[in-house]
Write a protein that binds this ligand. Structure first.
Ligand SMILES: C[S@@+](CC[C@H](N)C(=O)[O-])C[C@H]1O[C@@H](n2cnc3c(N)ncnc32)[C@H](O)[C@@H]1O
Length: 214
């Protein structure tokens, strides 16, 4: 799908995105978000950036952790998604929203104490994913990490079928990469890469840590 079409698709989806998630997996999504926040573990005064933030569900959770002296930035290329995120966060002085593509982040180098991306990284095309990782590394402070959360391969056969369908929609090369060498792209860009699985076994986070300025 061309970038313009993808933006249009997400703008249209933004009107029902939260309701769709609530209908399908409210508890699971909440558990996944709690798992991400616990793993990122933001501290008071820190700057946290959530890319592909969508309707911004993580932003109030980060904002509560970093407090008034901290900063939370949500970035997305869909104005529709950001409008919904704005409604959720307009009362929070430490949250800002930025309309941008993840391949070119309008953020100064060495700004972020932590960066995250939830349920969106797989959907980026290969070249966008590469450009995104380079940008994430540039924007992170040294020794800090990027947390990429996604669904783990489901154990239930029916749900696993749906999971494979989602991967197939991303193209056969991307599907092969995700299934056979999921951390490879991260290892090409970051010095330290780990994978952690949630207590439910349903979500995973790839943690990519920047250990040099290059
Ligand atoms: C499936 S939604 C996930 C939203 C949110 N992270 C969540 O977990 O609910 C994917 C989001 O990624 C955004 N997105 C996709 N490609 C992007 C890109 N190249 N640059 C910026 N945002 C992008 C879409 O607009 C959409 O809001």
């Amino acid at each position: 799908m061309l970038r313009k079409n993808r933006v249009k698709y997400y703008n249209a989806f933004s009107h029902v995105y939260d309701q769709f998630i609530a209908m399908h997996s409210k508890d699971l999504q909440q558990k996944a978000r709690d798992f991400l926040i616990t793993t990122v573990d933001p501290q008071p005064g820190e700057t946290v950036i959530d890319i592909c933030t969508g309707t911004g569900s993580l932003l109030p959770l980060y904002a509560a952790k970093v407090g008034d002296n901290g900063r939370v930035i949500g970035i997305d290329f869909s104005i529709g998604m950001l409008k919904v995120a704005r409604n959720k966060t307009r009362h929070l002085k430490n949250v800002s929203l930025v309309l941008a593509d993840v391949a070119a982040l309008p953020v100064r180098s060495g700004t972020a104490d932590a960066m995250s991306c939830s349920h969106a990284f797989y959907e980026l095309k290969g070249e966008t994913a590469d450009a995104c990782l380079k940008e994430v590394k540039r924007v992170l402070k040294n020794t800090r990490s990027f947390f990429m959360m996604e669904h783990e391969v489901p154990k239930n056969r029916f749900i696993r079928g749906l999971y494979y369908l989602r991967l197939m929609s991303m193209g056969s090369d991307r599907m092969k990469e995700i299934l056979e060498n999921e951390t490879g792209r991260f290892k090409e860009n970051f010095e330290k890469v780990q994978k952690v699985v949630s207590p439910t076994g349903k979500s995973k986070i790839i943690i990519a840590t920047k250990q040099s300025e290059s």
